[in-house]
Design a protein around this ligand. Structure first.
Ligand code: UDP
Ligand code: MG
Length: 143
């Protein structure tokens, strides 16, 4: 059974967003290269700008948090790049590669350590579970 587990791969998809602060600094191609070098496949991507109410819908899980309004204003403040990333265990792999929410606490070698400016301008979003990845992928790429 252990041998079977070791040889099985668990290819997943997760949703990644390059947030307005990173797009504003023209970091999108560099961040995409980082994902590819880390073994992620970008299977779909688009550059869009959300309305405030779309951002509110996307971040609905945070609606009771004190930072919710600023967060939604910020996410809708400029263009973003949304991507479907594919890799073995993509959800957790992406969360690890992004690093802690607060760039000051993010580990060496993570995207938020490298590119993040502050807890709100932390350059990237990534789904936090397989279930939420499906919901978030469907939010941006329903077809
Ligand atoms: N955020 C913020 N202030 C906080 C906590 C979070 O502005 O005190 C923002 C931050 O940009 C973060 C987003 O809200 O990426 C969503 O928060 P979450 O706790 O889900 O962090 P994430 O999953 O992005 O690491
Ligand atoms: Mg989150």
């Amino acid at each position: 059974i252990n041998l079977w587990k070791k040889t099985m791969n668990n290819i997943e998809q997760t949703l990644s967003i390059i947030k307005p602060d990173a797009i504003e600094r023209n970091l999108d191609s560099e961040i995409k290269k980082e994902f590819i070098n880390k073994g992620f496949k970008i299977t779909k991507e688009k550059k869009i700008q959300l309305t405030k109410s779309e951002a509110e819908e996307f971040y609905k899980v945070h609606e009771t948090k004190p930072f919710y309004n600023d967060l939604c204003t910020y996410l809708s403040s400029g263009p973003i790049v949304v991507m479907i990333l594919e890799k073995e265990d993509a959800v957790i792999a992406n969360r690890e590669f992004m690093g802690a929410t607060d760039p000051k606490k993010a580990e060496e070698g993570t995207l938020r350590k490298k590119f993040g400016v502050s807890i709100d301008k932390n350059s990237v979003h990534g789904s936090d579970s397989v279930e939420n990845a499906k919901i978030e992928i469907n939010f941006f790429f329903k077809d």
